[in-house]
Design a protein around this ligand. Structure first.
Ligand SMILES: [Zn+2]
Length: 104
């Protein structure tokens, strides 16, 4: 089960980064990644974690993990995917574990 969570977290890293950068993403895209049975957990985990990654002010974006910025949407996307991939994956894993426990 634990390795399943790691795999799910890995699949959701990009979606979470997109959400954090306010790039529109289709729920179908998430369902395609994790399967219908895990969709609710995946929606919640990506929403919750993306909220902690960035903040925006005067229509520019900042990274909440290292406080760098300002970035454009695209710049922030690249920053998060290149520098914080591993951290985001770890955060997702923790969040998914928490959601799974709550669901039981
Ligand atoms: Zn950063």
């Amino acid at each position: 089960m634990d390795s399943g969570i790691a795999i799910t977290a890995e699949k959701l890293v990009d979606v979470t980064i997109k959400k954090a950068c306010k790039i529109r993403i289709d729920n179908q895209e998430i369902i395609k990644l994790v399967g219908i049975s895990s969709k609710d957990i995946a929606f919640k985990a990506t929403d919750n974690i993306s909220y902690w990654l960035t903040f925006s002010q005067n229509s520019v974006f900042y990274c909440k993990i290292c406080n760098k910025g300002p970035f454009t949407k695209k710049g922030l996307y690249l920053h998060l995917s290149r520098l914080h991939r591993y951290e985001i994956k770890a955060l997702l894993e923790e969040e998914i574990k928490r959601e799974v426990r709550t669901a039981l």
